[in-house]
Design a protein around this ligand. Structure first.
Ligand code: PLP
Length: 380
């Protein structure tokens, strides 16, 4: 089966009792046992729930994985994956990862005795140089947020394999429609299903997918033991979103490309950061590991924070908000919003400058998006 067929059918056979073509929302917390201790497939909904199982099977197949686990948020998925480690273990992470992931690593997991080193994985030798005897996990995102840098998954996977460390790729920005990290050597793929997979900005959820039984078994144990599981209604909403993922992603890609090209022609735009531009410095890796350039792009406006504020204030179709991946276009100013918790000096050093704007290009009519941006540029 191919992608769209899997998205609509895997784990989602018509329900046998009634023939319902949509997966029922099983709200039950507990399940009858025919005799004490004689358990059926389902016992208690933290451990397993039929609506969640449908989602987990579907997400696994979309990521070319064998095993999927759903969580109550992207951060819950990340936390549970990190619990595979023990006190004293070392993690190498990209220096341009999701702010919440960085916060979890630094403000929470460090207190539990895990060690973290941040490097720029655009040059894989930086990862190699950071390997220690106790390195057990490498964490990357590609493209990165908000700088849209591309990391070579295959090359990083060779380094992590040699170090006997797990490679985890947060694939939220691409969605499984555009990139399958497991096929390029990753051990675990993590998603915030809040974003493209859900796709409608109406839920919070996460997932972790792997091909390796030796990873799945302890991770599945942790899913139940830690208990950061999603409710059945949220699972249903993600499944409903996933059915249209392919058509949505096609339109996200098309619209973002058109906007990227439009921005390149604006005199007030200093730089456009978007993997879909023909002169992208990492276009060879883009071609190798991505099937499209996605719906996320960033750009720098001349005139600093003030001109960003003036620009954003004019917009009527783009909504100024954090988050991404929904059908509606969102736009934000990383330095004062998503990345505000990073000290300014460090932020600027990373390249998240005060004049950077990040857009999650939605699936509206692109003409309306362009005229909205034009309204903004007229004010500058
Ligand atoms: C949003 C996001 C997360 C966190 O997911 P939540 O569902 O908000 O917990 C992790 N990684 C990336 C890349 C994200 O965009």
């Amino acid at each position: 089966m191919r992608f769209s067929t899997k998205a609509i059918h895997v784990g989602q056979d018509p329900e046998p009792e009634t023939g319902s073509v949509t997966v029922p929302v099983f709200l039950a917390s507990t399940y009858r046992q025919s005799e004490p201790g004689k358990e059926g497939k389902y016992v208690y909904s933290r451990t397993a729930n039929p609506t969640r199982t449908a989602l987990e099977e579907c997400l696994a197949s979309l990521e070319e994985g064998k095993y999927g686990l759903a969580f109550s948020s992207g951060m819950a998925a990340t936390t549970t994956v990190l619990m595979l480690l023990r006190k004293g273990d070392h993690v190498i992470a990209g220096d341009d990862i999701y702010g919440g992931t960085y916060r979890l690593f630094e403000k929470v997991l460090r207190n539990y005795g895990l060690q973290f080193t941040y490097v720029d994985p655009q040059d894989p030798s930086n990862v190699e140089k950071a390997v220690r005897k106790n390195t057990r996990l490498v964490w990357i995102e590609t493209p990165t947020n908000p700088l849209m840098r591309i990391i070579d998954i295959k090359r990083i996977s060779k380094i992590s394999r040699k170090a006997h460390a797990l490679l985890v790729v947060d694939n939220t920005f691409m969605s499984p429609y555009l990139q399958n990290p497991l096929s390029h050597g990753a051990d675990i793929v993590v998603h915030s299903t809040t974003k493209y997979l859900g796709g409608h900005s109406d839920l919070i959820g996460g997932a972790a997918i792997t091909n390796d039984t030796k990873i799945h078994e302890p991770l599945s144990f942790l899913q139940n033991a830690v208990g950061a599981v999603p409710g059945p209604l949220d699972c249903y909403l993600v499944l409903r979103g996933v059915k249209t993922l392919a058509v949505r992603m096609e339109r996200h890609c098309q619209n973002a490309k058109a906007i990227g090209e439009y921005l390149l022609k604006q005199s007030k735009v200093e730089r456009v950061l978007f993997p879909g531009l023909p002169d992208h410095p990492q276009r060879d890796i883009v071609r190798r590991q991505m099937r499209g350039s996605g719906g996320m792009l960033s750009f720098q406006l001349s005139g600093g924070f003030n001109s960003c504020k003036k620009f954003l204030k004019q917009l009527r179709v783009f909504t100024v908000a954090e988050s991404l991946g929904g059908v509606e276009s969102l736009i934000e100013h990383p330095a004062s919003m998503t990345h505000a918790s990073i000290p300014r000096e460090r932020r600027v050093e990373l390249g998240v400058s005060d004049n950077l704007v990040r857009a999650s290009v939605g699936i509206e009519d692109v003409e309306d998006l362009v005229s909205d941006l034009e309204r903004g540029f007229r004010q500058l």
